[in-house]
Every structure is written in structure tokens, then in C-alpha cells.
Ligand binder design. Structure first.
Ligand code: FE2
Length: 265
């Protein structure tokens, strides 16, 4: 295994006896599993149905999976960057929903001719990084309620870090034109972006290879690409207990009911 090889470090054989329980346990511990032998849509659906209840959405096909490839008619439409071929900034999936899907499975059907690398950032490390700056002020401010608005007109007022009563923290993020920010948060956005990128680790998926992540813990991104890159994506809720996000490196402030911030940049 190469040092820093995220794929090898998180690999599980989903065809092995007891695999669903192993996948569940690794998601609870690390929030990330890598997989292979998912060469067909049937195999992807079979695995998905064992570990999650799939949620259909705007872009999904009739079987619940979404085919992710460059569709030129979507170029430059806000919120459709995933169906283009440009870089994607670190984000969580469906951040504009009140309850985003907990799990995201991304399977490579056909890699790009060049580029198209997946980049993953562990929210635990991003959060810990921000705790080390300015006595933790960026992490604290980014956890204040309703300091972000993600999505278009039907989006959701929220915050980047959501503390829970059990001490755990969830992350949700988008950095495109459908993110609006409270003036409180704006001074810390560059630090957030820098931390998210500093902790990015690449995964170059080959056909049939995949990653499965906890969408409350890991940020995902993509480099721009050339060629007919095709991936399948499944979103859904786990068929097992999965505590929120991650346990932070330092105790997170308890959830509060601070006054709402009603203006966003
Ligand atoms: Fe995404």
C-alpha cells in the first residue's frame, strides 16, 4: 500500500461473508469505505440496496441511481456543476435539503481521458484544523445557527458545523453560487476553504471501483477533466445505526438557540 493511498487504506471486500456489518462498522469509525467489483449497474444496485434505502432526487434515473457525466446543456447552470466537466470545490451532497442523504456511493463506470480525480477531505481534520486558528474562533463561528443559506429559492438556512447533544459534529458545505453567508462567517470563509483543500486526499477510481462516504463527515470534490467520464451515484439512508458526523478533536460547544442571523451575503 502506498503511503497516503486513501483507496487501499479504506478498502473492504463487499462480497466477503459479513461484509455489510464490516461496512457499517467502518463507516461508524472512519466515515469512508472503498470498494471494487462494481462493474455493472446491477451490481451497484444490489450493493446499494444492502446498505441503504435509496432516495430519488432531481437528477436520478428511474432505478434511483444518478449517472454523472458531462451534459453540455447543463453547463453554467447554478447547481448543476456536477454534470459539467470543470473542477468541483469541496462540498457535501444535497446541502440545500433540510436532511441531506447520509450516505453517498460513487462508482466509476468509465474514467476520464485526463483529470477527473476524486478529492476527499475528512471533516474531522478540517474541523480540527480550524480549532487551531485564532483560539478556535473560525470553528465556533461556522457552528453558529443559520449563518449560511444553501440552495436556490427552495434552499435551507443552516450552518457549516452542526453540533449535536452527544458531542458529535456534522459538516455540510457548498462553495458555489448557491451558497450565501452571514456577515459573521465571511471573515472565516477563506480559512475554511484553505483547510478543506489542505486536507484533500486524491482517489483515482478505475472502472468498477467506488467510494462510500458519510455525507455528514467527508467533503468531496473533483478535478476538471477531458473525455467521457461516467460515474454512478447512489444516495440514501443507512440500514444500520450511524451516529452523526464525527467526534471532534476538542469538545464542541453545546447546541444553542442563539438568535437567527437574517441577512446573508
Ligand atoms: Fe457532489
Amino acid at each position: 500500500m502506498r503511503p497516503g493511498d486513501l483507496f487501499a487504506a479504506h478498502f473492504l471486500d463487499h462480497t466477503a461473508p459479513g461484509a455489510p456489518a464490516q461496512i457499517a462498522e467502518q463507516l461508524r469509525k472512519a466515515g469512508l469505505v472503498t470498494l471494487d467489483r462494481l462493474a455493472t449497474r446491477t451490481a451497484v444496485l444490489a450493493l446499494s440496496s444492502r446498505i441503504m434505502t435509496m432516495s430519488a432526487h432531481r437528477d436520478s434515473d428511474s432505478d434511483g441511481l444518478t449517472t454523472i457525466r458531462c451534459i453540455p446543456r447543463h453547463a453554467d447552470r447554478p447547481g448543476y456543476a456536477g454534470l459539467g466537466n470543470g473542477d468541483l470545490a469541496p462540498h457535501t451532497e444535497r446541502s440545500g435539503l433540510p436532511h441531506p442523504p447520509r450516505l453517498m456511493l460513487l462508482v466509476c463506470s468509465q474514467p476520464a481521458t485526463s483529470g477527473g480525480e476524486c478529492l476527499l477531505s475528512d471533516g474531522l481534520h478540517v474541523h480540527a484544523d480550524l480549532l487551531e486558528h485564532q483560539a478556535g474562533e473560525p470553528a465556533d463561528v461556522l457552528a453558529r445557527p443559520r449563518t449560511a443559506y444553501f440552495g436556490a429559492g427552495d434552499g435551507h438556512p443552516t450552518q457549516v458545523f452542526t453540533p449535536h447533544f452527544d458531542g458529535r459534529v456534522s459538516i455540510r458545505l457548498r462553495l458555489d453560487s448557491l451558497a450565501r453567508w452571514s456577515p459573521l462567517v465571511l471573515p472565516h470563509l477563506s480559512q475554511l476553504q484553505a483547510a478543506a483543500r489542505r486536507h484533500q486526499q486524491p482517489i483515482r477510481l478505475l472502472p468498477g471501483q467506488a467510494y462510500l462516504l458519510d455525507n455528514e463527515r467527508w467533503l468531496h470534490a473533483r478535478t476538471g477533466f477531458v473525455g467521457d467520464r461516467v460515474h454512478l451515484r447512489g444516495l440514501g439512508e443507512p440500514r444500520f445505526v450511524l451516529p452523526h458526523g464525527f467526534m471532534p478533536a476538542s469538545p464542541a460547544p453545546r447546541p444553542t438557540t442563539r438568535p437567527e442571523v437574517l441577512s446573508w451575503a
